[in-house]
Design a protein around this ligand. Sequence first.
Ligand code: SAH
Length: 283
Amino acid sequence: MQREHAAPVPKRYSTVMDKSIAAALDLPPLEKGWVWLVGAGPGDPGLITALGLKAITEADYILYDALVDDRLLALAKKSVGLIFAGKRAGVKSCKQSDISSLLVDLAKKANRVLRLKGGDPFVFGRGGEEAGALASARIPFRIVPGITAGIGGLAYAGIPVTHRDTNHSVTFITGHGSDGKLPRLNWQAVGKGSETLVFYMARKYAGEIATALIAAGRNANEPAAIIANAARQGQSVIVTDLAGLGAAAEKAPALSIIVVGENVRLRDDLDWLGRKTRAFNPA
Ligand code: SAH
């Protein structure tokens, strides 16, 4: 189990979450002996929920992932125990069983424990496994959903995850099986199932995925986008098509979401962030 910070944590703020907001929204307290599993959203710290923010200011211990923004951690109490429990290139990752037992131990010692994860804790984030360990140990817990990268990341790229003109369904897929390889999916079924496909952890196998989808009958010219560092510093979006997806992925940064489907075209009009940064001025 590593106990270190992903990066130096900036100055702490003495302000805690405005009590009147917590009262107006009737937010419950993070109580002693409880664990809250909270999603921090895809990057932009403003995308955390009110419950998540409150938990940060109340927690005695925060076990956080590499993708959690330091500005959120800076809102914690001075006495907080910050424990890095994520994965980082070049550093041996914490074992899932270690993280789960630490959550149980800290809660048993009557601490207020916050497990803070990127995106949504139950979307390809092992939140279900951690909640399972808490349930078996009879530790009371709360799940606070977060904005998942496969929805919020698309929104930050100006791509609606659904739109009546382009897709009535969407499928979320991981490109990374528990053995580190591309999961053995029924690609024929995946290809035919939803008009829009959203892939997590898929950059490495993007070429294979595209080939499998074309073999399943998807059009090689169908639009696809790679959204890297979505809602984070340095967000970049590559728009390509299925035929070009593998080559495009080789050039893309590691942290990326891949979306395949006609809804990608909507970005032409809806890239609000790009417009803003290009000093969009209708005058
Ligand atoms: N629980 C998280 C997903 C964890 S799996 C969620 O709900 O978003 C980690 C994968 O999520 C990454 O490999 C990447 O594919 C995707 N991801 C997470 N944050 C991202 C971001 N800010 N930009 C692009 N992809 C992101």
